[in-house]
Design a protein around this ligand. Structure first.
Ligand code: HEM
Ligand SMILES: *[C@@H]1O[C@H](CO)[C@@H](O)[C@H](O)[C@H]1NC(C)=O
Ligand SMILES: *[C@@H]1O[C@H](CO)[C@@H](O)[C@H](O)[C@H]1NC(C)=O
Length: 341
């Protein structure tokens, strides 16, 4: 048994390497080479098609307090309402999934991503605003909203009992945000091909897709996102669980936990649930049923260490999605809700 698990790890590692090789060069987005979590991110400027260079020491001279402020603030909010931690992780995903990690999701005006239908249940904006206000007091016009959100997502993960990783900094905030683009983020009814395509278009691998979906080990969903499953009595959904969900879902704005068994623990239970037809979203369950993603699901379900290590790596990959820009195209926003006047 032990031997088998070991082979699975090697298999995963090889797949990862292969994916990386296939993708490097063919994708115009920034990709950090996969490294162990403890080692410093090493991005070679020569490999980059543009000048956005991230580094974990980016604010070392200009705002050494930034990371500490972010961590303290996230912790304080977490202690008031632990459910904000999951929401911040999701907010970071929705930021990076559209126009790269540029805080475009935080812009708050008619027609912006934040006002899109797909953004309706995003939460945690007040946490980022609170952090930004404090950071501006200590280091004016220095730390981007995109970097704050990225670090906050890491700190939220750690507070939930998940892994730690070093966050590379140096993102700039974008000046554009369109609700139409936010509505293209997967919403839970897509097929696996669409999910893989969406991730690969952003430089993320199939492994990243399966591992990052593991964030659904915590947090919750509105019933709205599973109505299509309840309506047609989805055969890939466990019967008892389906009944339970139907009972919990009186209204589309009711909430149900994404991980039915251990909803507030950052663990591999999410993957175990999939093996029992107890994934909440049809996109979650589909990862177990598709031959391209199923081997990863099975491997992760039995190897917590693999999940933690790879989650850290995949979150760095997610945070490294950047869109090339010319010097004046981006800025350090003063208020995360608005482009600077
Ligand atoms: C693979 C594609 C993905 C799909 C289709 C998807 C879909 C969803 C849906 C439908 C919800 C519930 C929304 C609602 O009705 O309230 C949700 C919640 C959530 N998602 Fe995803 N997601 C995906 C990927 C990700 C990724 C990559 C992350 C993070 C890295 C993530 C983190 C979360 C978290 C933490 C929640 C819970 C939010 C809360 O409790 O406020 N998801 N996701
Ligand atoms: C998956 O979804 C895409 C886009 O929504 C669609 O064009 C495609 O036909 C679907 N593929 C399968 C196998 O159902
Ligand atoms: C329904 O789910 C809830 C929470 O997930 C659980 O506590 C309860 O025991 C379940 N009820 C049935 C009848 O399965």
């Amino acid at each position: 048994m032990k031997m088998k698990l070991h082979y699975f790890s090697v298999f995963i590692f090889l797949c990862q390497l292969k994916l990386l090789m296939v993708m490097s060069g063919s994708i115009p987005l920034l990709r950090k080479p996969i490294t162990a979590i403890s080692s410093k991110p090493h991005i070679s400027p020569n490999n980059l098609p543009f000048k956005d260079i991230l580094s974990s020491s980016y604010y070392l001279n200009t705002c050494p307090q930034a990371e500490g402020i972010i961590q303290q603030k996230v912790k304080a909010w977490f202690q008031k309402d632990y459910s904000l931690a999951a929401s911040i992780i999701r907010l970071h995903f929705h930021d990076c999934a559209v126009r790269g990690c540029d805080a475009s999701i935080l812009l708050n005006y008619k027609g912006s991503e934040r006002r899109a239908l797909a953004s309706k249940t995003l939460r945690g904006f007040q946490v980022i605003d609170d952090i930004k206000a404090e950071v501006e007091k200590r280091c004016p016009k220095t730390v981007s909203c995109a970097d704050i959100l990225t670090a906050a997502a890491r700190d939220a993960t750690v507070l939930l009992g998940g892994p730690f990783w070093e966050v590379p900094f140096g993102r700039k905030d974008g000046k554009f945000s369109f609700s139409k683009e936010a509505d293209m983020v997967p919403q839970g009814h897509e097929n696996v091909t669409a999910l893989i395509d969406f991730f690969q278009a952003r430089g993320l691998s199939i492994l990243d897709l399966v591992v990052l979906s593991g964030s659904h080990t915590i947090g919750r969903s509105t019933c709205y996102s599973i109505l299509h499953r309840l309506a047609k009595s989805d055969p890939t959904l466990d019967r008892k669980y389906l009944k339970n969900l139907t009972r919990s879902c009186k209204w589309s704005y009711d909430y149900v936990n994404l991980d039915v068994a251990t909803p507030v623990t950052f663990d591999v239970q999410y993957y175990k649930n999939l093996g029992k037809n107890m994934g909440l979203l049809s996109t979650d369950q589909a990862l177990y049923l598709d031959p391209r993603t199923a081997p990863f699901v099975s491997a992760l379900a039995t190897q917590p260490d693999l999940f933690f290590n790879q989650f850290a790596v995949s979150m760095v990959n997610l945070g490294n999605i950047l869109i090339p820009s010319t010097p004046n195209q981006k800025e350090i926003r003063l208020n995360c809700n608005y482009v600077n006047p």
